[in-house]
Unconditional design. Structure first.
Length: 224
């Protein structure tokens, strides 16, 4: 009986000691262990990846705000690395925008071409819109295929495709023919399925809430 009690007391002591050891770990210790595990997992994934040997195709689409905004953010990132960047803006030609005002002040930063004539409901001239889209597309092909640029942004090209101002197959052929050095960003709502399938990255901007729906007009410096 005494021997059994001694064994129970010893087991209890060991159990309590183990509990105390666990409890002695601080939140910082536990966090460090968790981060080490995550680091090991991330490094294992990175070893399986490879560096891109060609320019990527990125699509920003969806009904939410931020498609062009995200594209210009990527432009700034590329410029930060000293990359050479070109921009072709479809549709927005008659619209005074903050990005155009900015790059007009620093023309050496970006090769920018604003080639639209405005929204279709303002131009009210389909043939004129098609001609503008055609001229912008020819400039886009020249920029994508010349090999001089690390990044080319085709702002609102999806709108042109939605309105059938350019043949989709022609655009797919032109994008595929881009120089290996050149990544391309295409923005605008209603990106065609075939274009999204071709892309390396597709981001669909989802509208959750928008001030326009509350009766507020587009705000300078935020929306344009």
């Amino acid at each position: 009986m005494i021997r059994g009690c001694l064994w129970a007391a010893s087991a209890l002591s060991n159990c309590e000691g183990h509990t105390m050891t666990d409890r002695s770990k601080t939140d910082a210790d536990l966090h460090k262990e968790k981060m080490k595990a995550q680091q090991a997992e991330h490094r294992a994934k990175m070893r399986e990846r490879k560096t891109a040997d060609r320019g990527l195709l990125l699509i920003h689409t969806g009904n939410g705000k931020g498609k062009s905004t995200a594209g210009f953010g990527t432009v700034i990132r590329a410029l930060g690395w000293g990359h050479k960047v070109a921009i072709v803006q479809y549709v927005k030609g008659a619209w005074r925008t903050g990005e155009k005002e900015f790059f007009d002040r620093f023309p050496d930063l970006v090769d920018m071409h604003v080639m639209g004539d405005g929204f279709t409901w303002d131009t009210q001239d389909k043939e004129r819109d098609i001609a503008s889209a055609r001229a912008a597309w020819e400039k886009s092909c020249a920029l994508m295929q010349c090999g001089d640029y690390d990044l080319v942004m085709l702002d609102e090209l999806n709108i042109v495709l939605r309105n059938d101002y350019l043949p989709l197959e022609e655009v797919l052929t032109g994008v595929r023919a881009r120089d290996a050095r050149t990544s391309v960003i295409i923005t605008g709502r209603n990106a065609p399925d075939a274009l999204m399938k071709e892309a390396d990255l597709v981001t669909d901007m989802t509208q959750v809430k928008h001030p326009f729906d509350a009766g507020i007009k587009a705000k300078q410096g935020v929306d344009f």
